[in-house]
Ligand binder design. Structure first.
Ligand code: P6P
Length: 343
């Protein structure tokens, strides 16, 4: 029997809303096309001499990999002409990407991390694209103004990611559950392989870079020790899994349960910060995990409640199974520590 394609899934979603104009469906069609192009190049990177860096550095101060640049340019090329966006923002671009006047504008705003985990590319480790979609509060052809595109994660209308690994997967939600699709290269379509993903109540994995132990505060050290000890629902230590590629670590957490943490760290004395970015990493994954029955906090509040202050804002992230995140939350509350404002 033929499995449901993502195209059918999107059209079914569209049919449920009388006000639907087809713009949202077209937006995701074009994003999926961009992801297929990225997958093809990630897949042949080792052969096409596309590995390695470009010699440039992005807004984050990170070395830009050739595939990073290709992924970023591909998404911008596919999306600016889709007629569905009034603007977009990328991890790779310092400022909002406006839609050229020669293209029609739409009512949505797209945030994306074009190739997350790219530092792992040369080692052939999974990388991914993360996306987050907001609908303009006001419609019309105006340019995005001021803070209009900086909204709490709870206002997302959709979010998801593409995972480029042993197979290419798309996992997304429009607020009606989380659904996973696997690309069948022989037909070039994403087929529904993981309908209605629900994260387990608690897991047996914790995922954090313990090399940062020296830079953590007492609350974080106690939280990580909770998973390494026996005073937890398992009555024994959880297993540690850490790829260092957010999409891969999150995908495993979503399917198997447990917790992923990138906590506040004090690498720069008296200047605590999170590493992960709010708008195109923490928020979209938090939208997904809550749709799948999980939780996501920064150590003080729900990620989706954070009012963004700037485009590339960084936050601490504790995300995963509800009872595992509850345990971390209780430890942080007990330490009564206000998570300092993050640079
Ligand atoms: P660290 C990759 O560079 C990334 O942004 C995420 O994909 C990943 O979760 C994190 O950084 C890994 O950071 O400090 O553990 O190498």
């Amino acid at each position: 029997m033929l499995q449901v394609t993502v195209t059918e899934h999107l059209l079914l979603h569209q049919s449920k809303s009388e006000a639907a104009t087809g713009q949202f469906t077209r937006l995701l069609y074009d994003l999926i096309l961009a992801a297929k192009h990225i997958w093809r190049n990630v897949n042949s990177a080792g052969l096409a001499n596309i590995l390695g860096g470009t010699g440039t550095v992005n807004i984050q101060g990170e070395r830009v990999q050739k595939l990073d640049e290709f992924a970023n340019n591909t998404i911008i090329h596919c999306m600016e002409r889709s007629g569905t966006l009034y603007g977009m923002a990328s991890e790779e671009n310092a400022e909002v990407i406006t839609i050229p006047n020669k293209f029609p504008k739409g009512d949505y705003f797209l945030y994306f991390d074009p190739l997350d985990g790219s530092s792992n590319i040369d080692a052939n480790i999974n990388v991914g694209t993360i996306f987050s979609i907001y609908r303009r509060v006001k419609s019309g052809n105006r340019e995005p103004e001021g803070e209009e595109f900086l909204s709490e994660g709870s206002r997302q209308v959709a979010a998801g990611y593409f995972l480029y690994g042993p197979s290419c997967m798309m996992v997304y939600s429009t607020g009606d559950g989380v659904h996973g699709f696997t690309l069948d290269p022989s037909v070039g379509e994403f087929l529904l392989s993981h309908p209605n993903i629900q994260i387990p109540e608690h897991g047996s994995y914790y995922s954090v870079n313990e090399a940062n132990w020296l830079y953590w505060d007492e609350a974080t050290r106690e939280a990580v020790s909770y998973f390494k000890g026996a005073d937890n629902p398992r009555g024994k230590p959880y297993s540690l899994r850490y790829v260092g590629s957010l999409v891969a670590d999150f995908h495993r957490t979503l399917l198997y349960g447990g917790v992923f943490m990138y906590p506040l760290d004090y690498k720069i004395k008296d200047k605590p910060r999170g590493k992960l970015r709010l708008m195109y990493e923490a928020s979209p994954l938090s939208f997904l995990v809550e749709q799948a029955g999980g939780r996501s906090i920064d150590g003080r509040q729900r990620i989706l409640d954070i009012t963004p202050e700037h485009l590339h804002q960084r936050v601490p992230l504790i995300i995963g199974s509800p009872s595992d995140v509850d345990a971390v939350d209780a430890i942080y509350q007990r330490h009564c520590r206000a998570v300092p404002a993050i640079a």
